[in-house]
Design a protein around this ligand. Sequence first.
Ligand SMILES: *[C@@H]1O[C@H](CO)[C@@H](O)[C@H](O)[C@H]1NC(C)=O
Ligand SMILES: *[C@@H]1O[C@H](CO)[C@@H](O)[C@H](O)[C@H]1NC(C)=O
Length: 428
Amino acid sequence: MICLSVYYGLKVFSSALVLWNLLLFVEALETTRDIKVEKVQVSVNGDRSIATVSENFICATLDWWPPEKCDYGTCSWGHSSLLNLDLRNSILQNAVKGLSPLLLRLGGSLQDQVIYNVGNIQRPCGTFFSAAGLFGFSEGCINMSRWQDLNEFFYLTGSQVAFGLNALYGREQDTSLRWDSSNTQSFIQYTADNLYPVYAWELGNELSSSGVGASLSISQYAADIKELRIIIDRIYAGWTEKPLVVAPDGFFEKSWYAQFLQETGTQVLDACTHHIYNLGPGISTNVLDTRILDPDVLNNVVGTFDQLQQTIQTHGPWAQAWVGESGGAYNSGQHLVSDAFLSSFWYVDQLGMAACFNTQVYCRQSLVGGNYGLLNRTTFQPNPDYYSAFLWKELVGTQVLATNVIATPKLRAYAHCSKGDTIYIHHA
Ligand SMILES: *[C@@H]1O[C@H](CO)[C@@H](O)[C@H](O)[C@H]1NC(C)=O
Ligand SMILES: *[C@@H]1O[C@H](CO)[C@@H](O)[C@H](O)[C@H]1NC(C)=O
């Protein structure tokens, strides 16, 4: 039924194609129910790749939410935070090793309320508690013994780290003030002195445009990023590989992102991140499952990917595009949907789509925590999407091939060269 034409001159690993076809075929069946045979044509252009993703494409997040974080009466975070996750659990360790080297993005809403207990901090180092602050929580704090434990975990599991820094320090009440980078400087210095490897330092979470909770003006944010760049260049002077500087980790808005790239200036920002929650709120009972299987909903981010790619090409061609955080349904997802098999129809489609637009990194919210974890929050057993991430890591290479589908929009296909394949271009 599937007529597959692979162009001559390029090795295409069939398993990768089989994986997508299988998933997508099931989707087509699932939604028709009265099974009828339909002729479809999928063609892959193997002449050249249309995009290349980084080796770190598969990424997952660890967040700061405390057990008291609840949405719609459900508290779905338990002990999954950077401050309380059981790092010695062998199932957790093995699951992360299974995706090794896995890029872990450490951040989320509360990152802009985190104090690093190093340097001249003159206050007690406590965890988050329910309070009248942003997102309903107080400031929180990480001590350096916890940071050491986390780094031992990253080393043991072969993980790489993208750390989201607190961009509101010193201006929690008034975001028009300049960023007080003193605590961040002490923290980065401490991290570098201890030779804890960091792949990327990110500044701020969802503070772009009108923000979620709080926001920064473009010119202020751009000035802060320039300051971070100087700090990193100074602290890592002489290192052969410097961490990347990454921002703004917000929701894409073309004019905001364009001006931000312009104002930060040449070679300051290494990666431009955006967040995706295109399925709507986690509360949408009985709606999320149909939304996941609706091609119009799945396609509602094509424009975002396309415009971000264009914006970067025009205003900041030195920067990579990253999906810094993406969980499908916001406010912690929905149990039995975003932690179930169904979710992979959204997740795998997102990975395929993002890659077509040169997205270098795609961070899934979350590795563990909320209702959208790749791992079960209490047992750390893999949820179905873990296996999708695992198969991607095992099979799918970095070169993306143009794939054309002539069929119902419910059939979705993407093709990459197999992992480890070097592209061989045949000149006819
Ligand atoms: C450091 O922080 C962790 C997690 O918040 C906590 O369990 C531990 O007791 C703290 N250690 C010290 C020495 O304060
Ligand atoms: C996680 O594991 C617990 C304990 O076995 C179970 O009750 C729960 O349903 C699991 N969650 C998911 C999403 O499978």
